[in-house]
Design a protein around this ligand. Structure first.
Ligand code: HEM
Length: 437
C-alpha cells in the first residue's frame, strides 16, 4: 500500500519523554479540540495514536473498514485500556463478538422499549414523591436509582432492593472514574482503584449469580435479556454471564444518567426551552396516551435530548487498534496504531454545525440535521458496533425529562457544572433547586 507514512501525519510534538500525555490527561476535551482545529482531519497525537476528525474518516473507521480494527488489540493491552469485564459483547472482537452480539441483541427490540416506556412513568413519579419545592436535589443520584431499578427490572425480571441498587451503584462509580487516558501502566499493576473495582465486582457477582439462578430466566416475557443470554447459542459460561450482565448494567446506567442530567443542565440554562418542554409534557401527560404513543407526543423533548447528546455526548471518544495497514486520505496508518475518534470534537465542529456551541433543539425539528454528514453525529456510535441500547436509553431519558419538567422547574444550585471526562462525560456538582411552575 502506498501513501504518506505515520510520521508524516501532522500533530503536536509534545515533550520528549511523555509526548502529549500530560496535555491529554489535564484536559482531554480541550487537547483533542485544539489538535483538530490546528492540524486538520487527521492528527498524530502520539507515536502510536492517531486522531481522526473528518466525518468521512469516522465513517470509514467505524463502518466501511470496521473489520480492519479491533477493540482489544495489543496496543490496548499495553496501554492498560483493557476492560475490567473482558468476556462481554462490548469487549469482544471478530467472530466471538459476532456470536455474542447475535445472542443478546434481539432482546433489545421494540418490545423492550415499549415495556420500558410503559414502566418509566411510574418510576419517574416514584422519584418525584421524594421531592419538595425548595429542596436542593442531586439529580445524578436521584436519576441513577430510577435507571437502575428500570434496567434491572427489564433485564432480569425483578426489581432490585434498595441495598442491591446501592451496591451496583458502588461498583460502577470506580470503574467510571478510571480515566480513559492512554497512560501506560502495566496491566498487572494493582492500583488502589483496581483493587476496589475487583472487590466491588465480587459483591455484585453474588447478586448477579442469584438473579441468573432465579426461575425468572426461564420466562422470556418476565426477563427478556437474561432469557436471551442464558438460553441463547452458544451457551455462555458462568464467567461470561457475569461479565455480560455487569456490562449491561454499567452501559445502561451511567450513560443514560449523564444524558438526563446534561439535558436538565441545558434546560436550566435555557428558560425558553424549559418552558416549551414543560408545556409539551404537561399536555401529553394529561392525555390518554401511554407507553410509546405518549413518547410520540413529546417531539420537542426528544429534540432536547438529541441536542444535549450532541453538546454533551456521554461517550466522548472511541478508540480501536488497526489490525492491518489502513489508508485514510493520503496516509497509511500501519497495523498496531491506535485510532481515536471523538464525539466531543465532531459534534461541535463549526464546519458542519451552524452555531455549533449553542443549544438549539429546533435544529432537530427541521431539515438541518439531514445536512450534516453521518460522521458528524454519533452519540451511540456508528456501524456494526452501534449501541443496541440506544432506543431503550432514549425512551428512558425522554420519559424522565417529561415527568420531571412537567411538574417542576429546576434551577442550578451551583454556579458552575464542571465536566469530568472519565469513561463517560460526567457532570460534577449538578445539584438543582426544585421549584413549582
Ligand atoms: C444515553 C445512553 C447511551 C449512550 C450515549 C451509549 C453509547 C454507546 C456507544 C457510543 C457505543 C459504541 C462504542 C464503540 O463504538 O466503541 C455503545 C455500545 C454499547 N452500548 Fe450503549 N449507550 C447508551 C445506553 C446503553 C444502554 C441502555 C445499554 C443496554 C442496557 C447499552 C449497551 C451497549 C452495549 C452492550 C454496547 C456494545 C455493543 C457492541 O460492541 O457490539 N448502551 N453505546
Amino acid at each position: 500500500m502506498t501513501g504518506k507514512t505515520l510520521v508524516e501525519i501532522p500533530g503536536p510534538a509534545g515533550g520528549r519523554v511523555l509526548g502529549n500525555l500530560q496535555e491529554f490527561s489535564t484536559d482531554p476535551l480541550r487537547f483533542l479540540t485544539a489538535c483538530a482545529r490546528e492540524y486538520g482531519d487527521i492528527v498524530r497525537i502520539s507515536p502510536r495514536n492517531v486522531l481522526l476528525v473528518g466525518p468521512e474518516h469516522v465513517e470509514r473507521m467505524l463502518v466501511d473498514r470496521n473489520t480492519d480494527f479491533v477493540k482489544e488489540g495489543p496496543e490496548a493491552r499495553r496501554a492498560g485500556r483493557r476492560q475490567s469485564l473482558p468476556l462481554s459483547t462490548m469487549s469482544a472482537d471478530r467472530e466471538d463478538w459476532k456470536a455474542k452480539r447475535r445472542r443478546i441483541q434481539p432482546a433489545f427490540g421494540r418490545e423492550l422499549s415499549a415495556t420500558a416506556a410503559a414502566a418509566m412513568r411510574g418510576q419517574g413519579e416514584r422519584m418525584l414523591e421524594q421531592w419538595r419545592p425548595g429542596q436542593v436535589r442531586d439529580l445524578q443520584q436521584d436519576v441513577s436509582v430510577v435507571t437502575l431499578r428500570l434496567v434491572t427490572a427489564l433485564m432480569f425480571g425483578e426489581e432490585y432492593t434498595d441495598s442491591e441498587i446501592a451496591e451496583v451503584a458502588g461498583m460502577v462509580a470506580p470503574i467510571m472514574e478510571l480515566s480513559a487516558s492512554p497512560v501506560v501502566l502495566p496491566e498487572w499493576l494493582p492500583t488502589r482503584r483496581k483493587l476496589q473495582i475487583r472487590r466491588n465486582l465480587r459483591r455484585v457477582e453474588r447478586t448477579l449469580a442469584r438473579v441468573a439462578a432465579s426461575g425468572r430466566a426461564a420466562d422470556p416475557k418476565a426477563a427478556p435479556v437474561l432469557h436471551a443470554l442464558l438460553h441463547g447459542t452458544p451457551t455462555p459460561t458462568p464467567a461470561e454471564v457475569k461479565d455480560e450482565l455487569a456490562t449491561l448494567l454499567m452501559a445502561g446506567y451511567e450513560t443514560t444518567n449523564d444524558a438526563v442530567v446534561w439535558a436538565s443542565v441545558l434546560l436550566a440554562r435555557n428558560p425558553d426551552a424549559a418552558e416549551r418542554v414543560h408545556r409539551e409534557a404537561e399536555k401529553a401527560l394529561a392525555g390518554n396516551a401511554t407507553g410509546m404513543a405518549l413518547l410520540g407526543e413529546l417531539p420537542y423533548t426528544d429534540a432536547v435530548l438529541r441536542e444535549s447528546l450532541r453538546l454533551y455526548s456521554p461517550v466522548w471518544m472511541t478508540s480501536r487498534d488497526a489490525q492491518v495497514d489502513v489508508k485514510f486520505s493520503d496516509y497509511v496508518i500501519p497495523a498496531g496504531t491506535t485510532v481515536t475518534v471523538s464525539q466531543w470534537v465532531n459534534h461541535r465542529d463549526p464546519r458542519y454545525w451552524k452555531q455549533a456551541e449553542e443549544f438549539r433543539p429546533e435544529r432537530w425539528l427541521g431539515k438541518e440535521p439531514t445536512d450534516v454528514p453521518r460522521g458528524s453525529y454519533f452519540p451511540f456510535g456508528l456501524g456494526p458496533r452501534t449501541c443496541f441500547g440506544a432506543s431503550l436509553a432514549a425512551v428512558e431519558a425522554v420519559s424522565l425529562l417529561a415527568t420531571v419538567w412537567s411538574r417542576y422547574r429546576l434551577r442550578l444550585a451551583a454556579p458552575e457544572v464542571r465536566l469530568r471526562p472519565a469513561l463517560a462525560l460526567q457532570p460534577l456538582d449538578a445539584r438543582f433547586t426544585v421549584e413549582a411552575w
